[in-house]
Design a binder for this molecule. Sequence first.
Ligand SMILES: [Mn+2]
Length: 328
Amino acid sequence: MNERDAKFAEIARVLREHNKFAVLSHVRPDGDALGSTLALTLSLKELGKEVKAWNEDGMLEKYNFLAKAELLTTPPSSPEDFDVGIALDTAVQNRLGTTLAAVRSAKLWINIDHHPSNPRYGDLVYIDPTAPATGQILYEFLKNQKFPITPAIAENLYAAISTDTGSFQYPNTTMRTFQIAAELVECGVDVGRVSQLLYESFPRRRIELLRELLGTMHFACDGKLAWFSLSQTAAVALGVLPEDNEGLIDHLRAIRGVVVAIFFEELTDGKVRVSMRSKDEAVDVCAICKEFGGGGHILAAGARVAGALSEVEKKIVEKACAAIERNT
Ligand SMILES: [Mn+2]
């Protein structure tokens, strides 16, 4: 048995031997976080387990179409006791947000993730930084350990993988990813339906937000760096929800010649949320974000930086320019 299968077997044993589970994922969840949470929750429920699926932000409106989406809720105000707590797709434990305090006790914590910066918190840890999505790891796990994969589970895993690979386009998309997608289609996923719901059902608000962002677009470093920003004032005026901006940074990344794209979002707590994307492995945006207390992947990372919007822009743009000039 290889190392992966041995770890999978160990995790499977813990899941089969216990009864009450909390399945959690990171704040400001994306399709991978929500789809993975629902997929594992549903598989455990198929085995007759008692499972709570919690996220600090609850189910996002735009992912409400996912099969059994109603199972995923915000955590209750009074904490509960569990046999096992499971963190999915969450690079650092405090990114579990308020769900962490809602688990009063757990005999054991499992940590399954694909972020290379994950410090391996928890008792049973499986991190595969080569996987493009936590959903892909979960599929391998469920299949390998013969856990149930119903059509509802397949749809959630497919949505998780599709969103975290930018619809099977990012460089971490491998032959294996396509094989898994094919197997999920075999399990009953309706690709046309899911794709339309994921990528062709945005609220008009999101496109109005894009118009606002493009109005703030700047370039530096000979066009290798592009960024745009969202101020609190504009966010309030447009009535945007935090979920509206997922993926908008791709419009910057899609520009020819751009190596690094940055999205600055002014938050209400005096911090600025910085999202960075790189098109070149030589320019590691995770390393830049780590300097500011953030993390992520080489080509996609983020941080929350204290300071005024213009100040944070200046600091991060300088660092990014330096990294581009050093490495390209
Ligand atoms: Mn992910």
